[in-house]
Design a protein around this ligand. Structure first.
Ligand code: A3P
Length: 321
């Protein structure tokens, strides 16, 4: 079977080689596949997941567009799901970056395929995903619960811009804010366009609200306690009255807060292996953790442009609220 898999991998590479390419943010190129822009390695993981990943109905997927709150959601979900297993005073989050607690589906598929060691210690299994909804494996879409976080695209862009500067390959020329803004608006960003990504999960949640829960970063910030309860309920592990009385929800919120996590030694100076081929310094996952930072970064023209895209893309669909 190793032989077959090898051939499959070559096949993916052949397909990727023929796809339209654009300049990338982190790596040299992005490739366009089913109207979405991907880094090639990630795309291989997406294809492998589509072809080989079989979800268990109990699996839970934390879905985000990059920079919408992945790290935060991972911390919260892990803490909620494993709350009977770990003490808040001796919690894995105190010594590990949230990204190290459970994998991305795309990278899991890649690593599993490459036979590198990988363990998922959570129960139920948790996976992060950046893959657009329509490209998720059929078994995930039909059986699993998903939590999706939306964020104001203006803040997503600003966050992406800073992140890019920290992680962009050093051999590549710098990109200007203006150039990145243009690319972001055109959807040329890993897993972009942002707006289509949101719509995929939004529509899925309208069809199956019991499967897909939609949250916003802004509301998570404003009503963290309620949001955490909502997430726990959606994941099939609602907090009991007693847990609420004992302050478990508050403890969860506090442990996963930006201030708490970003000031831990592990997140100031530690490093996390994101894939067999990639390490990240943990501090890159934490910047400001605030709403509205775009106000000090974008010109009025940029604000108009991005708002106009949101109106055009969401206006006809987002009839709710
Ligand atoms: P900013 O760049 O606006 O500060 P992702 O985890 O999807 O890559 O998103 C990163 C964004 O989430 C960054 O936003 C980061 O600072 C913020 N973030 C990380 N951890 C957070 C937390 N515990 N609470 C709130 N925001 C957090």
């Amino acid at each position: 079977s190793n032989h077959l898999e090898k051939e499959t991998t070559d096949e993916y590479e052949e397909i990727i080689a023929t796809l339209p390419k654009e300049k990338g943010w982190v790596f040299e190129n992005l490739a366009k596949y089913h109207d979405t822009w991907f880094n090639s390695t990630t795309l291989k993981g997406v294809m492998l997941a589509q072809d080989y990943f079989v979800a268990r109905p109990t699996d839970i997927f934390l879905a985000t567009f990059p920079k919408c709150g992945t790290t935060w959601l991972k911390a919260l979900a892990f803490t909620i799901v494993n709350r009977n297993q770990f003490d808040f005073s001796n919690h894995p989050l105190l010594t590990k970056n949230p990204q190290a607690l459970f994998p991305f589906l795309e990278i899991f598929s890649l690593q599993d395929h490459e036979n590198t060691e990988l363990e998922i210690s959570t129960s139920p299994r948790l996976f992060s995903i950046h893959t657009p909804y329509p490209l998720l494996p059929e078994s995930v879409r039909s059986a699993c619960r998903i939590v999706y976080v939306i964020r104001d695209p203006k803040d997503v862009f600003v966050s992406s811009w800073y992140h890019m500067q920290k992680v962009r390959s050093k051999e590549l020329p710098q990109l200007s804010l203006e150039e990145c803004f243009k690319m972001f608006c055109e959807g040329i960003y890993q897993f972009g366009p942002y707006w289509d990504h949101v719509l995929g999960f939004w529509n899925a949640s309208i069809e199956s609200p019991d499967k897909v829960l939609i949250l916003t970063y802004e509301n998570l910030k404003k009503n963290t306690l309620d949001s955490v309860k909502k997430i726990a309920k959606h994941m099939g592990q609602p907090f009991s009255m007693e847990e609420e009385k004992n302050g478990i929800v508050e403890e969860t919120v506090k442990l996963c807060s930006f201030d708490k996590l970003s000031n831990l030694e592990v997140n100031k100076n530690g490093v996390t292996k994101i894939a067999s081929f990639r390490y990240y310094e943990n501090h890159v996952f934490f910047r400001k953790g605030e709403v509205g930072d775009w106000k000090t970064h974008l010109t009025p023209e940029m604000v108009d442009k991005i708002n106009e895209i949101s109106k055009r893309k969401f206006g006809i669909h987002a009839k709710k609220g």
